[in-house]
Design a protein around this ligand. Structure first.
Ligand code: CA
Length: 394
């Protein structure tokens, strides 16, 4: 399974082995409950703290042996009244190398509402902010640790201690033969960008909230992804508790905190809610089964029944663009209906990833894409260009 390349965009799909269909069991919300949610969208039905076994007082087992959830008290709205959320995808990664603190600072200054952290765990259990499971395409690991590649020719982050990782220099993402993965992005070298831990980034954001945020009367939140939990488990590491513990150390524990936890793996997201008892806002990322991202059956999750099942544990979904809008050359984007279906299930919708330098077919520029997404009713979006998304929002 190709876990190392996760470069989905709006135009191309990754090639990977088909994922196995994940056996979905459990819990459907009553339709009448959903109607009530739709009537007051923004009040999210979910199950913040509930043990799977034994059932707690707000669950019961029906005659099919499935757990049926009863309504929870209303959660805080996750869509601000003013505008859809601007979620800085790996920071302002359209302008500076992804997941550097420099890219996060720029995204903050450009008006992002949330800064995204992808998290991969080091050999000594430190949560490190990085998108890829491998270091090959974003760092000088080849030069610093030439003998540390695995048999498959890749340098895995999890094979290095944090003390080793912090010696690496980061650079703009490269593709084959060291060429830039995206033309026109940050090209300067010799700057000494470094990896950082999740704790460092959370402290960094708290610091910015106390200076720039206070001056501007705003507070920026965190949007943290548990990367490839099944793969981490194969390596002997349980990633989700490490991520949740770091968030808790920095005060992120409740549904009302400015924090989302995102994951492609629905079984893991369900465990985060029901097994690890997290009350944080949860977002189910939705890709295509062909990506091999996890064992989750994304085709099922996109159905009304699938969305209702997601809503039993999560507050929102993060689909990729073509699941929200149908694109075709020479034609205006057309909503697929996913946003309405997700809203009907009580889920917010935060699609990924808006890129001014990689627009889908039929879209002339980023403002046109933003306009189409707003017309479709999205509640936020991931972008590499936070300033441009912010400027285009109406
Ligand atoms: Ca991510």
């Amino acid at each position: 399974m190709n876990c190392t390349k996760q470069q989905a965009n709006w135009r191309t799909r990754r090639n990977a082995a088909p994922s196995q269909r994940h056996a979905q069991a459990k819990v459907l919300l009553a339709k009448v409950l959903l109607v009530a949610v739709v009537a007051s969208f923004g009040l999210f039905v979910s199950v913040p703290t509930m043990s799977a076994t034994p059932p707690t007082t707000n669950s019961l087992t029906n005659n099919a042996g499935r757990t049926v959830l009863t309504p929870k008290p209303a959660r805080a709205p996750i869509t601000p009244a003013k505008h859809p959320l601007v979620i800085a995808h790996r920071g302002a990664s359209g302008y500076l190398p992804e997941h550097t603190l420099e890219a996060k600072a720029l995204a903050y200054a450009q008006g992002a509402d949330y800064l995204e952290q992808d998290v991969v765990i080091s050999k000594d259990g430190v949560p490190v902010v990085a998108h890829d499971l491998i270091l090959d395409d974003t760092s000088n690991v080849r030069e610093v640790f030439p003998a540390r590649a695995r048999a498959d020719g890749h340098w895995y982050l999890i094979d290095f201690t944090w003390e080793e990782l912090r010696t690496l220099n980061l650079h703009e993402r490269t593709a084959e033969e060291g060429k830039p993965a995206r033309a026109g992005r940050f090209a300067a070298s010799g700057i000494g960008f470094r990896l950082h831990t999740l704790d460092e980034e959370l402290a960094f954001i708290r610091g910015l909230n106390a200076t720039l945020g206070r001056a501007q009367g705003r507070e920026v939140g965190v949007y943290t992804e548990v990367k490839s939990p099944a793969w981490h488990r194969q390596q002997g590491v349980d990633a989700a508790p490490i991520v949740l513990a770091a968030l808790a150390r920095h005060g992120y524990t409740k549904a009302t905190d400015l924090a989302f936890v995102q994951c492609f793996d629905f079984a893991e997201l369900r465990r985060i809610r029901l097994g690890l008892h997290s009350e944080l806002k949860l977002v189910q990322l939705i890709g295509e089964n062909s990506w091999g991202e996890s064992d989750t059956d994304y085709s099922y999750l996109l159905t009304p029944a699938g969305l209702r099942e997601v809503a039993t544990v999560a507050d929102g979904i993060g689909p990729w663009g073509p699941q929200v809008l149908t694109f075709a050359p020479g034609k205006a984007p057309v909503p697929t209906g996913l946003v309405q279906a997700a809203h009907a299930a009580g889920l917010a919708v935060h699609p990924f990833t808006l890129r001014a330098d990689d627009l889908p077919p039929g879209v002339a520029n980023l403002p046109a894409l933003v306009q189409a997404l707003q017309a479709a009713g999205v509640d936020g979006a991931f972008t590499d260009f936070p300033d441009q998304l912010r400027a285009a929002l109406k």
